[in-house]
Design a protein around this ligand. Structure first.
Ligand SMILES: C[S@@+](CC[C@H](N)C(=O)[O-])C[C@H]1O[C@@H](n2cnc3c(N)ncnc32)[C@H](O)[C@@H]1O
Length: 272
């Protein structure tokens, strides 16, 4: 473990970049979560808009959106992830609409003011930022007035995880998501410092930076969390039923605050 969480996180994500498109980063359960985030972007933001992907990983989402006519700047703190995104853009012939660059979310204010119509962040990059308050202020600068933030964020109350670790009598593990600050989460023999968040905590941080919460739903609420993909594969009918439940009930009051992740749509106030 390094002294600096950002360095630990970079090393950890660099180490998984080569295999990320397989079961570790894009298994069938993850694809169901990803689909919800992409649907929210398509619903809220017109094609042709300028998007910034915060924590793009290997560029799966960025390529998906560039193929649909968006102009995407894909950013990540891990140089290996950025390299994979650049390769994807080149091999898919998307280089005109998809630019990948190394940039931490904590560095976002370095970008030109009002450069983007919307930002999205899929599957937890915003949980890895040491000072999310400062990042929210930076994001408010680089978005145009009325700009969108569509984020899937790792939540605190994951019913499956609680049940799983309670059944194993592993209360230390069951409690991990309720820690106050960032906690060290193992990844591929390395450490990712992760700050779990309630949706209300997340919305409050962004409200102070000028954003308003418009939509929220639980992800991985009825569906098991991504690390239970072997279980999901053994029970395809159950998993399909749970996916339908999640689709129908994931936006309901109370339930929308639970899940492995939550999806939130926020809008920056239009300046007078
Ligand atoms: C779980 S992956 C999700 C990747 C991608 N959004 C996806 O949906 O496949 C988390 C990503 O966040 C990136 N990340 C972690 N900390 C970051 C930071 N401070 N700034 C930008 N990216 C970061 C990691 O390098 C990794 O690519």
């Amino acid at each position: 473990m390094n002294a600096d969480p950002l360095t630990d996180n970079r090393i950890a994500f660099d180490s998984v970049a080569a295999d990320y498109d397989g079961p570790s980063g894009n298994n069938a359960l993850i694809q169901q979560l990803r689909a919800q985030t992409m649907a929210a972007v398509l619903r809220r933001v017109p094609a042709g808009s300028r998007l910034i992907d915060l924590g793009c990983g290997t560029g799966l989402d960025a390529a998906y959106l560039a193929e649909r006519g968006y102009r995407v700047t894909a950013t990540d703190w891990s140089p290996e992830m950025v390299r994979r995104t650049q390769q994807r853009a080149a091999s898919a012939g998307l280089a005109q609409r998809l630019e990948a660059r190394r940039l931490g979310i904590q560095e976002i204010a370095q970008l030109p003011a009002t450069a983007f119509d919307a930002a999205y962040s899929d599957l937890g990059p915003l949980n890895c930022v040491p000072d999310l308050e400062a990042a929210a202020r930076g994001l408010a600068q680089v978005l145009a007035p009325g700009g969108w933030l569509i984020a899937s964020v790792i939540g605190r109350l994951c019913p499956w995880e609680l049940a799983l670790f309670a059944a194993r009598n592993d209360w230390a593990r069951a409690r991990v998501r309720f820690a106050r600050g960032p906690v060290p989460v193992p990844l591929n023999g390395h450490t990712v410092w992760t700050r779990y968040l309630w949706p209300g905590e997340f919305a409050a941080i962004f409200r102070r930076a000028g954003f308003r919460r418009l939509e929220q739903r639980g992800l991985g609420l009825f569906l098991p969390p991504p690390y239970m993909d072997a279980f999901a594969a053994r029970h395809p009918r159950l998993t399909a039923g749970l996916a339908r439940l999640e689709c129908g009930l994931g936006g309901w009051p109370v339930l929308r605050g639970w899940g492995d992740h939550f999806l939130m749509v926020l809008q920056l106030a239009a300046r007078p």
